[in-house]
Design a protein around this ligand. Sequence first.
Ligand code: ADP
Ligand code: MG
Length: 453
Amino acid sequence: LWGQVCNELQRTVGRTNFNTWIAPLQLIELSDGIVSFEAPTKFMCDWVSRNYGEPILRELRNSGMAVERVAIRVPEGRPMPAPEARPMPEKAPAPARKAARVSEDQDLPGAPLDARFTFDSFVVGKPNELAHAAARRVAEGGPVTFNPLFLYGGVGLGKTHLMHAIAHELQTQHGELRVLYLSAEQFMYRFVQALRDRQIMDFKELFRSVDVLMVDDVQFIAGKDSTQEEFFHTFNALVDQGKQIVISADRAPGEIKDLEDRIKSRLQCGLVVDLHPTDYELRLGILQTKTEIHAARNPGLVVASGVLEFLAHRITTNVRVLEGALTRLFAFASLVGREITLDLAQECLADILRASDRRVTIEEIQRKVAEHYNVRLSDMIGPKRLRTIARPRQVAMYLSKHLTTRSLPEIGRRFGGRDHTTIMHGIRKIDELMTTDRQLAEDIGLLKRLMES
Ligand code: ADP
Ligand code: MG
């Protein structure tokens, strides 16, 4: 019966969420109308109760069971398992030693993998669920369904983490596959080295012999002509052989300047997914997961309630900064031997908190938008009505509304003393256009990211 309920749940909450949160649950018992589950960690227990308690209850009832309540707990009497030991046993993360073999035994010139970057340690939320699902699909190692997988997003949103996770997973599940992960910079370095040592044939042969090629931060090869050329040929050769390619970049293929058009269009051929900036829920999830990992190794650690919520609320830049804050907090707390309270956090993270408080200004928005559309900054506030100038101006108005806390009259003042109704009209116009004009929507996405990072 639970199997049937699971099928329904997969449909209602989505496969990704299901796999991440519900599949690891153990059904323990049904008594007195209470269905009990065990979750592998305290965090999962809280998260699932909070976010999936309702749907689970609903589906159980739909299946005809008389259920009052769903109870989720961590296994009794067992010390909290380290998060590495968390989900499904067949998916144990690859030990670092094994990952390193990718590049050593098989003579692949890849970059070492970070043993911490696994699917198990990747927290899934709305902003990254598509990217995560796509990465999971590639990691299954089955027939290639989209090629390449192109992941893009701002700094510190988990692109490298996901790529390493794919490599780890393939190594544990499909040891026979030759997986090569490296950054675009390393690709260039290898290429130049091969040219210098007159070993370009070896280089080509090597890169054409892999089953899965992953190139991180591909924007790096923009403007590097011969590297681009070689990359293009490698790419085509692998695609022709039906080999999987995974690429990451800090922006969408079409937005990478100084990248040959034929490469851009090749990169767009497969599945292009972006990692959106984190939202509060995801940040809190990440903080809780990391705290659990840390607490499992440092039993004395006590974090007062509200501290993680405070951080998730205040540090909105990127996950790396969030992690950095947490690491410092742990180090500080262990030094002074104190519980981590809100006061301690505020004191010890003052600089990070101040930096992430920095709000985007309207002037900055105008400058970036003018730069992006190649118009004069003075035209942003000037009177010209030409479409090629008026449209960027409206984009700047739109972003001012969305990225600052200024009121419409205040925005109007900064746009050369325009009336608030003009501003409102501009914002509405952009809202309306974005539903049909993909290029515009992408421009705005890019500009937002540029200004939020
Ligand atoms: P990018 O390559 O996109 O710049 P990284 O993959 O290097 O970002 O991520 C930066 C840091 O944030 C890493 O330590 C990574 O583990 C962590 N991180 C990012 N997203 C997540 C997530 N969803 N869950 C857990 N950790 C994350
Ligand atoms: Mg990266």
